[in-house]
Write a protein that binds this ligand. Structure first.
Ligand code: PGA
Length: 253
């Protein structure tokens, strides 16, 4: 049985006290209300990682939103996977569309980040997704296939089994335009087929594939009921404890 995960992505939001306060609320609610074995994760800005781990990573796991592609060295202002892992964080988002778009991160760079994250014991949440143009002109399967092939299909089977994929259509991120559950399921099934073709059916069956893009407490149930959708990567709604925990609770029944 593959792992069900609901991961929040706080993006560049929340000062120190605000982060501690929101995370404390989330931990308390998850502790009291979560019924299943789904994993809740919060991917926070770097300044929060250490304190959030101390506050409750046995209940809600902690992740970063990016890491550098090298182990260490003279890269002023950067944070390595090893440093993230050293505070007890377990996850790192790699290849979010905002990183691809605003920081020109391409598949080759993201492949290097994925490897360094895995080598340092982190679970990469590797994001792929097409733009609105790519959806409308019908090239989205090709785009997604290339993102998979160049981004993560170079790792060994053993390493692959440790990573998580997030399908986030760029046109659905922060726009309020969610993919329909049929559109998302179609792509998730396609991703699983690609994994089966590259690795094998068992690896594909065991890979957790999250949906992201305007996911909220109202649409999560429909999305997560799809056979190939194993949870969500949640942006805006993860900044509200009630909304985020309600999405986590989608897996309660
Ligand atoms: P959103 O963001 O839920 O605000 O659309 C999702 C994401 O960017 O991970």
């Amino acid at each position: 049985m593959r792992k069900k995960i609901v991961a929040g992505n706080w993006k560049m939001n929340l000062g120190y006290e605000e982060g501690v306060s929101l995370f404390s609320e989330i931990v308390n609610m998850v502790r009291d209300e979560k019924k299943g074995d789904q994993q809740a994760v919060i991917c926070a800005p770097f300044i929060h990682l250490n304190s959030l781990v101390q506050l409750g990573n046995s209940i809600v796991a902690i992740g970063a939103q990016n890491c550098h592609q090298n182990e260490s060295g003279a890269y002023t202002g950067e944070i390595s996977a090893k440093m993230i892992s050293s505070v007890g964080a377990e996850y790192v988002i790699v290849g979010h569309s905002e990183r691809r778009q605003y920081f020109s991160e391409d598949n080759q760079l993201l492949a290097a980040k994925t490897v360094v994250a895995l080598e340092n014991g982190l679970t990469p949440i590797f994001c792929i997704g097409e733009t609105l143009d790519e959806r409308n002109n019908g090239s989205y399967f090709d785009v997604l296939k290339t993102q998979l092939e160049e981004g993560i299909f170079n790792v060994s089977t053993g390493q692959f089994s440790k990573l998580v994929i997030a399908y986030e259509p760029v046109w659905a991120i922060g726009t309020g335009l969610t993919a329909t559950s049929e559109q998302a399921q179609e792509v998730h099934a396609f991703i699983r087929q690609q994994i089966a073709a590259k690795y094998d059916a068992a690896v594909a069956e065991n890979t957790t594939i999250l949906y992201g893009g305007s996911c909220n407490p109202k649409n999560a149930a429909d999305l997560f009921a799809q056979p190939d959708i194993d949870g969500g990567l949640i942006g805006g709604a993860s900044l509200k404890s009630r909304d985020f925990v309600d999405i986590v609770k989608t897996f309660n029944s």
